[in-house]
Design a protein around this ligand. Structure first.
Ligand SMILES: Cc1ncc(COP(=O)(O)O)c(C=O)c1O
Length: 398
């Protein structure tokens, strides 16, 4: 085998393709390590990560508080299930209740965003005794049976022979439709305050307010899926707090553990009162490692004033980055959609040449920023400069 052949055979891209199901289109670099907002690749590049591991790396990479908490917990007690109470789990739950909107004061820990939504939807059906769920067009809630059922346009990958409940989609931001569709037959309405996968599309306060009023009127459960928008990403701990709206349930994951896989359902005690031993369950949810990571993440966001930093970086991006291919910016905080004059994939590739990694979305024209909450002024300057240097559009994209 030639040296070039040996190198190709050792490349994790080649080995993953040979050993894994190829369900992801992968980008052309291989991270080796990361620090702060920078990824260092196997071929010696340093790339500014505005994608944050898909909105996961809230504190960036190698944050001392998070690293220390994980290492300490790892050496003390790596795992025990919910069959026993744990100091570190109690602390994580108390922290989550503290940062959640007032009135949401009970937590059920899980492992992922889809699992959180799966349980929230079950809780809506159980609490109301009803069989119909409403979701919002363009929304994304995960890939499992119930979460996929409320995801817009999931038909191409859903795969299950039927959905676990009746589902209808309210056209996004359509207040008249919301009023007509929320009735006494509806168990729950699930909504992302900022639709992440859809390109960080921020729903209006009036629309969210209508969902709140109508669900209350008809005794339906309002679920805010804050898997992507939560944990400080919108400049408040949860997107609903920016709008002054209190749902009945919030689901969280992604940034929740700063990189350690975990999720949570946070609900009112009225809803929690319907559930007793055996009604909900999970093996790994609320494990001590995840609980330590959740606590460290929340405490770091508080101690370092990161909500404030998110708002400042958002303002800076809005001021400096409507430039080059970017026509306008939607979203909130560091969950932003850069609406481009050309396919977002082209802009993503061009930014990578400037050592910047941004995400795309289900809207082909929208580039997504899901940066760590520790993003610095100089990082936004780098992004603005790269956008400005991008070649102007020379052809029609119609
Ligand atoms: C809003 C939202 N909900 C749920 C999910 C699913 O989360 P997970 O991939 O952790 O199951 C995602 C993932 O992208 C998401 O963006």
């Amino acid at each position: 085998m030639s040296i070039a052949q040996q190198q190709a055979a050792a490349d994790p891209r080649v080995r993953e393709a040979a050993a894994m199901i190829p369900v992801y289109g992968q980008l052309p670099f291989v991270p080796e390590r990361a620090s702060g907002c920078d990824i260092f690749t196997t071929d010696g590049r340093r790339i500014l990560d505005l994608y944050g591991g898909h909105a996961v790396a809230a504190l960036g990479y190698g944050h001392p508080r998070l690293v220390e908490a994980i290492q300490e917990q790892n050496s003390k007690l790596l795992f025990q299930s919910n069959a026993v109470a744990l100091e570190i789990r109690a602390r994580a739950a108390e922290n989550l209740v503290r940062i959640a909107p007032k009135g949401l004061d009970r937590v059920f820990f899980v492992n992922s965003g889809a699992e959180a939504n799966e349980n929230a939807l079950r809780m809506a059906c159980v609490t109301t005794g009803r069989k119909k769920i409403l979701a919002i067009t363009q929304g994304f809630h995960g890939r499992t049976a119930a979460a996929g059922a409320v995801t817009w346009n999931a038909e191409k990958w859903y795969g299950f022979p039927s959905k676990p409940f009746d589902v209808d989609f309210i056209p996004r931001d359509d207040i008249t439709a919301a009023r007509a569709m929320i009735t006494g037959a509806v168990a729950g309405v699930i909504v992302e305050p900022v639709q992440g996968v859809a390109g960080a599309y921020d729903l209006s306060t009036d629309f969210l307010d209508t969902l709140r009023k109508e669900t209350r009127e008809y005794g339906a459960v309002l679920i805010a899926d804050e898997v992507q928008s939560g944990m400080g990403r919108c400049g408040q701990y949860f997107g609903v707090q920016v709008h002054g709206i209190v749902p009945d349930i919030i689901t969280s994951a992604k940034s929740l553990g700063g990189g350690v896989p975990c999720g949570a359902v946070v609900c009112s005690h009225e809803i929690a009162a319907r559930f007793g031993p055996g009604d909900l369950g999970t093996t790994f949810g609320g494990g001590p490692l995840a609980a330590a990571a959740i606590t460290a993440t929340i405490e770091a966001i508080d101690a370092e004033g990161l909500l404030d930093n998110v708002r400042q970086r958002e303002a800076q991006i809005r001021e400096q980055c409507v430039i080059g291919p970017v026509k306008k910016i939607q979203g909130m905080g560091l969950l932003l959609g850069l609406v481009c004059d050309r396919p977002a994939k082209e802009v993503q590739s061009a930014l990578l040449e400037h050592d910047i990694f941004a995400g795309t979305s289900s809207d082909p024209d929208v580039l997504r920023i899901l940066a760590p909450l520790v993003l610095e002024r100089r990082h936004v300057d780098h992004l603005a400069q790269a956008l400005e240097n991008m070649a102007p559009l020379t052809r029609s994209t119609d």
